[in-house]
Design a protein around this ligand. Structure first.
Ligand SMILES: [Zn+2]
Length: 120
C-alpha cells in the first residue's frame, strides 16, 4: 500500500513510512525528494480513537461476559486504525522545519539528561 506524495502526487510513500512520520523524521518522496509527515494531532487522534474503541469493546465484553464481543471489538478497533491511517493527510514539511524539530528534540533530551543528573 503506497500513498501519494503531497507535492508530485506520485505513489511513493510507503504505509509504514507514513505511519512513523513526524516532524523530526518525515517520510521522503523517492520521486521529488519532498519531505512530508502526518500531523501529530492526526496520528495522536487515531491512537486515541483506537484505544477508546478497544476499551469500550473490553468493557462491553466484560459486561456481556462474551469473548465474541471482545474479538469483534478488537477487529473494529483495528479496522478503524487502518481506515484512519489510510485517510490521514500527508503534509509537506520544509527541510528547515525538520532540522528545527530535531534541534528542539536534542535540546529537550539534553534538558532531561541534566534534570535526571541534578534533579535529585
Ligand atoms: Zn514527490
Amino acid at each position: 500500500m503506497k500513498h501519494a506524495c503531497p507535492r508530485c502526487q506520485e505513489l511513493t510513500i510507503s504505509g509504514l513510512a507514513k505511519r512513523w512520520s513526524d516532524r523530526a523524521c518525515p517520510a521522503k518522496c523517492a520521486n521529488c525528494g519532498c519531505l512530508s509527515h502526518v500531523l501529530a494531532s492526526t496520528s495522536g487522534g487515531i491512537g486515541a480513537g483506537t484505544f477508546l474503541a478497544l476499551v469500550a469493546s473490553m468493557v462491553a465484553a466484560a459486561g456481556l461476559m462474551s469473548y465474541l464481543v471482545a474479538v469483534s471489538g478488537a477487529c473494529l478497533a483495528f479496522a478503524f486504525n487502518m481506515w484512519a491511517w489510510k485517510r490521514a493527510m500527508l503534509v509537506p514539511i520544509p527541510k528547515e522545519n525538520m532540522d528545527a524539530a530535531r534541534t528542539v528534540g536534542w535540546f529537550l533530551a539534553g534538558v532531561y539528561a541534566l534534570l535526571a543528573l541534578f534533579g535529585n
